[in-house]
Design a protein around this ligand. Structure first.
Ligand SMILES: *Cc1c(COP(=O)(O)O)cnc(C)c1O
Length: 433
């Protein structure tokens, strides 16, 4: 049907009936009409290709319309598109859970499927609280999170992410969460250790015996503006949380599936969290799906004769077979040595280009973790005027780039060609000068 509509028809319908996320539609330019995708490119209705430097909001791993994922989804759709996931299971769900358990560290072996990153976080928070209640430690109810952290847009996720600053309209709805200082660092930072010491001090003060869980975006706070911390900090965090008897939740919704260099940030940091939240890259960017992966001993606390001891939580589309099939195909591509090579290549280019910016006017706090590179172009907030100007500059040169306030970052699909990545960095330098 869309093929018979012109781009301006589509925009007219959109303007009349569609409500866009995180957008002030009154002042925003008309939305672009995406008509197809291939590799790192989104193709507009008029045939103009745009290189996707943000992996379409951090979800795409292997490029758009990747033929192997297309085939896996099509075959699964023709076989079984959906089945109720209480009383039933199916091959893609079982195989994907086993595949995730195999690449996550230690006994992170139990997968609870949901629909997106926010629900993956809600599930982790609810599991943490019920875990202690089931064990007769109902006094452990407090949650700790980090300043600037973002964990999604549902009420629990907003509560642990409230210092991100996006949720003022719903403040009265949010439950209390104690916020810890986050020791953000960058290349050439000489003061990170004192910042980490201050964070540990606050953590030790807050880690009393009423804390159920601590949640963090490990290595990179994404929506806060790609604020990075050192792997060493996560090690010290894990030791302290464990010693206090609380659970450690890693929100790897963005950092999962190879973004930070290793397959997961927890592997890069050499830390075993108690729960890992996954979503964005889980299906290679094809279908909305989330997963909360839990250490097996936590799952054991939900087993018993009473239904009340079980986890009474679920979503209509839990473990949707199409999403699981996409996840399996995406995982196979991720584990291919060719993907590892491409990710290393992207990181090496990022590193060289960030080093070349060293000391140049207009670029502050350069930072890098795997395929994610970021630099501050000023000190404004999320609504800084620089962001839309830079976005437009990139768009005019054939790139999708979406600064967060004054923070410019690249988080490309792993198939991005080195020459295209170099052109993106050239464009950033030109934008600043
Ligand atoms: C995007 C994101 C979420 C929320 O995921 P949705 O799928 O948008 O609900 C949660 N945590 C982190 C770290 C994210 O980057």
């Amino acid at each position: 049907m869309s093929d018979s509509l012109s781009d301006s028809d589509i925009v007219a319908l959109d303007r009349r009936h569609v409500w866009h996320p995180y957008t002030q539609e009154y002042t925003a330019p008309e939305p672009l009409v995406a008509s197809s995708g291939q590799g790192a490119r989104i193709v507009l209705g008029d045939g103009r290709p745009l290189i996707d430097l943000v992996s379409s909001w951090w979800v795409n791993l292997h490029g758009h319309a990747h033929p192997e994922i297309v085939r896996a989804v099509a075959e699964q759709a023709a076989r079984l598109e959906q089945v109720i996931f209480a009383d039933f299971t199916h091959a893609p769900a079982a195989r994907l859970a086993a595949g995730l358990a195999a690449i996550l560290p230690g006994d992170l072996d139990r997968v609870f499927y949901s629909d997106n990153g926010s629900t993956a976080v809600e599930v982790a928070l609810k599991v943490a609280l019920q875990f202690f209640a089931n064990r007769g430690e109902a006094g452990r109810t407090r949650l700790l999170a980090f300043e600037g952290g973002y964990h999604g847009d549902t009420v629990g996720a907003m509560s642990v992410g409230k210092s991100s600053g996006y949720f003022r309209a719903w403040e009265n709805l949010l439950f209390p969460v104690n916020m810890l200082p986050y020791p953000a660092t960058f290349l050439g930072d000489g003061e990170v250790e004192s910042r980490e010491a201050a964070a540990y001090e606050a953590l030790e003060r807050e880690l009393t015996d009423d804390v159920a869980a601590v949640i963090i975006e490990p290595l990179i706070q994404g929506a806060a503006g790609m604020r990075m911390c050192r792997p060493e900090f996560l090690k010290g965090l894990a030791e302290r949380v464990r010693a206090a008897g609380a659970l450690l939740i890693f929100d790897e919704v963005m950092t999962g599936f190879g973004r930070t260099g290793d397959l997961f940030a927890c592997l890069k940091a050499g830390v075993q969290p108690d729960m890992v939240c996954l979503s964005k890259g889980l299906t290679g960017g094809f279908l909305p799906m989330g997963a909360t992966v839990v250490r097996e001993p936590i799952h054991q606390a939900f087993l018993g004769q009473s239904l009340r001891q079980a986890f009474l939580h679920g979503h209509s589309y839990t473990a949707n077979p199409l999403g699981c099939a996409a996840g399996l195909a995406s995982l196979a591509l991720l584990l291919d040595p060719d993907c590892t090579r491409r990710r290393a290549e992207i990181e090496a280019i990022h590193r060289d280009r960030l080093a070349a910016l060293g000391g140049r006017w207009g670029f502050f706090r350069p930072r890098l973790a795997g395929t994610v590179a970021a630099v501050d172009l000023g000190d404004g907030g999320y609504d800084s005027a620089d962001g839309p100007r830079i976005k437009r500059f990139f768009l005019e040169r054939g790139f999708i780039m979406r600064p967060m306030g004054p923070v410019a970052y690249f988080l490309p699909p792993y198939c991005l060609e080195p020459a295209d990545l170099h052109r993106a960095w050239d464009t950033l330098e030109a934008a600043v000068s």
